[in-house]
Write a protein that binds this ligand. Sequence first.
Ligand code: NAI
Length: 445
Amino acid sequence: MIKSICCIGAGYVGGPTMAVIAINCPKIKVTVVDIDSEKIKRWNGPVENLPVFEPGLSEIVKKVRNRNLFFSDQVDEAIKNSEMIFLAVNTPTKTSGEGSGMAADLKYIEASAKKIAEVAINDKIVIEKSTLPVRTAERIKEILHEKEGGPSFEILSNPEFLAEGSAIQDLYKSDRVLVGRDETKSGRNASKKLIDIYLNWIPKEKIITSNIWSSELTKLASNAMLAQRISSINSLSALCEKTGAITLEVSKGIGMDHRIGKHFLNPSPGFGGSCFEKDILNLVYICQHYGLNEVAEYWHQIIKINDYQRDRISNNILKYISNNNTASILGWAFKKNTNDSRESSSIYISYKLLSEGVKLKIYDPKVHKHRIINDLINLNKKKNQLSDELILNNLVVCKNIDDALLNSDIIAILTEWEEFKNINTKEKIIDTRNICANSNVVFNL
Ligand code: NAI
């Protein structure tokens, strides 16, 4: 039985997944490490200020931190002392070199594998938790086995399917746990050890095994299929707006067909989050690599529709800009119940509005002011259409919803936080889920 686990990467995946393992497996010592010492300080600080906000997370951390869950920046020591190591580091899109703008950047994964090869003195099971291109395990194996006569390593793929905003619930009640492994005796042994951990709280029938490549590809494909549904309904929202059909009514009618199902059929200002776009780009890149150009183009279209939808919503908002030249942006997180704003549509829509000379009043219940400003400044580094000064002078990040609603031409609800559902104001409202449906639903309450 495994007694010690280490997770490299204390982010949105590493933190919550290890907290849930720790609370369900009190006999296993779980250490989450990160090279970002500031982040580790916050994981070890007051639970109200953890680097990741997820409903239910702080309660678990309170119970198990320093019992069998530890956060540390001492990466070498944690690797040495663990039998099983999860890799939960980030895998962003490459920004330079071959595959720039499309392929996954594996530098953090490779650095972690090199670190394990360098410091490990006994055998380890190494688990891919990060989302990776199909056949990455091969590269990890190469790195780990470079040192002749060193300890032996078994690689497993165990992709994470949690959704931010409901991560704890998802981890407790996973639809499935997927373990990819080599069809060898040692591969099967390693996978059994990992499955034994999950069996502490996941029913046996929800745990499935596959070969490593299937497991890696399943994760990319799952994200692509989810994003595809969002782009499908968003593309239809444009047609609804032209024809007088109402998207919410159409999506309800579609979703009640049990063959289709109702999830991921709400129109929106476009999907955000750190995963969908980068994982689809990665999928497109892999297809192109294998010469499957039609397949690549099929999946690429999902991102094109997403960009189109963000642009379309920005233009819809611009139509209502008049007296004050000011818009209220409600919601910065890419979805409710998270403090994560990576790739949020709010960033893109706000940037477009700023570039049209609109002044913004922005409010989000969980995203800090410095993050909102950084998001816009970082996008400007890529687009280079505005001066940073203009951005800073034309936006106010508000501390509460009332301030955000004062004196603006239009209120655009871009994240569906609960507190935005019952706004009582005389201002005009755009709930983007409705404006997609029908431009007449901009209304005065
Ligand atoms: P994140 O950016 O929140 O966390 C990654 C952490 O890894 C960072 O804190 C970074 O400092 C750390 N790190 C990078 N290199 C390191 C190294 N050499 N040694 C120690 N620490 C290192 O990323 P997030 O969102 O947790 O994602 C991690 C992976 O999980 C990605 O591959 C992502 O695609 C995947 N994933 C993410 C989901 C999500 O909802 N965020 C859901 C499912 C999978």
